[in-house]
Design a protein around this ligand. Sequence first.
Ligand SMILES: Cc1c2[nH]c(c1CCC(=O)O)Cc1[nH]c(c(CCC(=O)O)c1C)Cc1[nH]c(c(CCC(=O)O)c1C)Cc1[nH]c(c(C)c1CCC(=O)O)C2
Length: 395
Amino acid sequence: MASYYHPPLKNDLLLRTARGEKGSRPPIWVMRQAGRYLPEYHKAKGKKDFFECCRDPEVASEITLQPIDRYEGLIDAAIIFSDILVIPQAMGMTVIMVDKVGPHFPDPLASPSDEQYKEVMEKEVDVVKELSYVYQAISLTRKKLEGRVPLFGFCGAPFTLLCYMVEGGGSRTFQVVKTWVYKHNTEAKALLQKIAELCVEYLAQQVVAGAQIVQVFDSWAGELSPAMFKDVAMPYLEWICDRLPKRLEELGEEKVPMVVFAKGAWYALVDLCKTKYDVIGLDWLHDPKQAYEIAQKHGKVVQGNADPGVLYGGREAITQAVKNMVEGFGGGKQGWIANLGHGVTPHVNPDDLKFFFEEIHRFSDEYQERAMPNGSGIKAAEQQMHERNILHSDW
Ligand SMILES: Cc1c2[nH]c(c1CCC(=O)O)Cc1[nH]c(c(CCC(=O)O)c1C)Cc1[nH]c(c(CCC(=O)O)c1C)Cc1[nH]c(c(C)c1CCC(=O)O)C2
């Protein structure tokens, strides 16, 4: 099945960087860029339930575009408005989003002896049909984007999804999932494998619908010890990056860059660099310079990694954090996608986030100037301005 027709990309900086090519500056986006910190998000959501918004392609695409419109010329990618928990829903589980609390599963998979475990394992899940609303939202968003920036598709990693499915929501102690992975390791792995297979098909269908790059979120990886990460997280992250390109080929689709974000798993950086993922997402536990050196040695691109909390810290703190990133990640001409180390949090002032983006542009421009004496840097900066489509009266 061939992709739907979409207008050509006007800004492919992020895709080129993700593939390891050189660019004139680092591409920029942030996780959760469409969300509660934006007043226009609340307006579009109105009284609708969160998952109702996800299931309405018109609303989901409108919310996806909000940060692109607000930060026009400053950011280089959109990410489809949806949630990682649509996979458990497709598997037949009920998930509700409780205001100011987060996701809640009224009937989680407490133990493998539960009847529900058998049901979930035996259920044949049709992610093409069950999640068709996501693909429709992606196609509609691509149309509305008119090629301004590329569109990310995404899914949750098997371990993180297992956490939610057995805990029933967020957790402090992760008692239930720890019981599963230590005491019921075989049954946990059977479920992880099932989720991994669904993730591959889900990501492939997102690409068919128009996603141009995909990211796998392992948000709870940091709850695992290095040994347990190797046992219950890594094999399933690898399954996804090994299988997705093959599945895309079967579907007659081009390969897309793949990003992995295993939050908290700083010890796994080298192992992640040895996988088929093109880009390794970094949280703020990493020192930019050290992580960049390791990734460069393995020919991988990194993405990240400012502490999202810096956005509460005012302009000086933001400037300092950006400077640290730009210098640590080698200036941003190659091998780095600028982002936060996790999603932007509610209550952030959207203007402070704008300042964060502007500072990344400013510092990477300046870095380039320094790297290219005799005025040739000015040419590069002009080129960047052109790419950003900005008319600069005081240039
Ligand atoms: C763990 C996880 C979830 N969802 C997601 C993750 C992985 C990333 C991460 O670690 O943050 C992924 C996600 N969730 C959402 C997106 C949209 C795209 C984007 O990044 O802009 C993405 C990529 C929207 C959302 N997903 C959610 C909201 C807030 C919903 C609302 O109350 O309006 C949004 C905009 C709800 C959600 N969904 C989830 C939680 C824990 C919560 C509540 C926590 C919170 O309040 O931030 C599960």
